[in-house]
Design a protein around this ligand. Sequence first.
Ligand code: FES
Length: 218
Amino acid sequence: MVSPFDVLGLDEDADDADVERAYRDRVKEAHPDTGGSIEEFQLVRRAYRELSERDLNGTGSNGAGDPADIDLTEGTGTGSIRVEFLDYEAIADRGWDLEDDRLFAKAADADLAPADHGRLLVEPDESLLEAAENRGFSWPFSCRGGACANCAVYLVEGELSQPANHILSEEHAERGFRLSCNGYPLSDELKVVFNVKHLPELDELRLPPGPFRRVTSE
Ligand code: FES
């Protein structure tokens, strides 16, 4: 397995500042928008996470800031992406418009249930759906492989990767729809509406209802 030091181009005695600096340089090069690829981007983020966790377990500061500043810190907070989410059902129930600029402000004012509106952290090696599940949320899915629209989300802010060979059309992508089962954050923060699968434009792409739980090999 390739060493995280090699991925970030570091010597093994690199300190926290070196790791931070190397990560910032490498993650820009690896970003799909600047000539990299999703795989390379994920590799760099994973390497950074590994080296940061090494510091958490051993030599002290990891430069991640005060954990108390982070919402829903079931992740490490290191290299994590903050996501604010909103359930489409809450929008439909209140007659709000998906494209309303004040959508998330309205949600904050409405004091919705934590499962309907809140924040979570996505770790470098998690898809958005995995992160939601790992933080205890039950977001819809079916195939987990890009072949349906059950896991679709609507991007209000930020960018989520969209691997090739998925079912969404270019028009869907341009409108801001992405798949959460194989979508990885490409920006430091995201705002997404999940559970948009019942929108008319996505309805025909859905598979029959799947279980709202992760399928494991146990
Ligand atoms: S669950 Fe089918 S594409 Fe994501």
